[in-house]
Write a protein that binds this ligand. Structure first.
Ligand code: ATP
Ligand code: MG
Length: 334
């Protein structure tokens, strides 16, 4: 986003009451300048490292009353962003994992079988599933791995999205509270066990592709999440982020590690440093410490190409050698 756009939008938006109710879906374009959206955005952004553009676009979509699919690899702030938005709006965020077992009944809800036997079907013995809960509470229904859900489940969802209401046999029609949204996520590297989404699904959703953060943002995230401090901590963060990012570029790797790997690497390495009495990255024992922490934190998080004739440990050793043996100047402090 350019500064010009920011200024334009800030000038055009009405400064409403903080935390004012988010826009209702049906009102459409009229709420382009929803009251307080600038202030909301500022407060939400405080919970995130970077991600300015992603947050701005996602917030614009949900404030417009729209549903959206966030497409990106793991660890790219999708959940962090949605948690911050729903906290700001004071509404629940309900998680559902899209997989072959996610039947329409699991999504919508079911009648308690024991009670049905005793009392027959009635609205009281209906146990709401996450879709109905989100509709009733005006929450975001967040379906991770959306493209792994069976087609009939997706169709149920499309109806709920289009009508903002759903008819449940023997219960009646449930109408969504205006802040109800469907947010889907998909991993672009994920090609096993996924449904090819039909054009009718795509045509009903907005979409935002979310990529990995840049190196500085990842370092800031790792620092924030690990509390790593001091010269050794800073060096561990820099090395941890660099080698984690290198797993995404290695030719034998289909999908490298997310920032979660870097976070764990730094946490594990800090403990190892304590165990081994390592106080400084200048010590000879420092590079082997990083390799050991890499094996623990990253070997299960990298997915090799099917044709690759190597192992995760071998790939990690190559990445480590690149940084600490072949080009140690890269790894040098400063
Ligand atoms: N922008 C950010 N600011 C602060 N912390 C972040 C940010 N992005 C990611 N993190 C941290 O990194 C981890 C992973 O982030 P998050 O859960 O948001 O990823 P995700 O995109 O939802 O991943 P997945 O697709 O695997 O669910 C979390 O521990 C989170 O705290
Ligand atoms: Mg997530």
């Amino acid at each position: 986003m350019t500064n010009e756009q920011t200024a334009e939008r800030a000038a055009g938006a009405d400064a409403g009451a903080p935390g004012s109710a988010p826009a209702a879906p049906a009102a459409g374009a009229a709420q382009a300048a929803a009251p307080g959206i600038v202030e909301q955005h500022e407060r939400i952004a405080r919970h995130l490292v970077g991600r300015e553009r992603e947050l701005e676009l996602t917030l614009a979509a949900v404030a417009a009353g729209r549903d959206i699919v966030l497409e990106g690899p793991p660890g790219t702030s999708k959940t962090t962003m949605l948690t911050a938005i729903t906290a700001e709006w004071g509404i629940p965020l309900l998680f559902v994992e899209g997989n072959a077992d996610l039947t329409p009944a699991k999504l919508v809800g079911h009648h308690n079988p024991a009670r049905v036997l005793a009392e027959d079907y009635n609205a009281d013995n209906f146990v709401a599933g996450p879709l109905v809960e989100a509709m009733q509470q005006g929450g975001f229904l967040y379906i991770e791995e959306f493209n792994r859900a069976p087609e009939d489940t997706l169709n149920t969802l499309l109806t709920a999205m289009a009508d903002r209401s759903i008819a449940i046999p023997r219960v009646g029609r449930i109408r969504a509270v205006p802040t109800f949204r469907v947010i889907a996520s998909m991993n672009p590297y994920d090609n096993i066990g996924t449904t090819r989404l039909s054009t009718s699904v795509h045509d009903r959703l907005n979409r935002l592709a979310v990529g990995y953060q840049d190196e500085a943002a990842e370092a800031a995230i790792v620092e924030l999440r690990t509390g790593a401090a001091g010269p050794l901590g800073a060096k561990l963060v820099a090395d941890g982020v660099a080698v984690t990012r290198a797993t995404r570029r290695h030719p034998d790797v289909r999908q490298g590690s997310s920032v979660r790997g870097a976070i764990d690497l730094v946490l594990v390495a800090s403990e190892l440093a304590g165990l081994r009495g390592i106080r400084s990255s200048d010590e000879e024992a420092y590079p082997p410490l990083v390799l050991d922490a890499m094996i623990v934190a990253l070997s299960g998080r990298i997915h090799l190409d099917e044709a690759a004739e190597t192992s995760p440990e071998q790939v990690l050793r190559e990445i480590w050698e690149d940084r600490f043996v072949l080009e140690p100047h890269q790894a040098a402090p400063g």
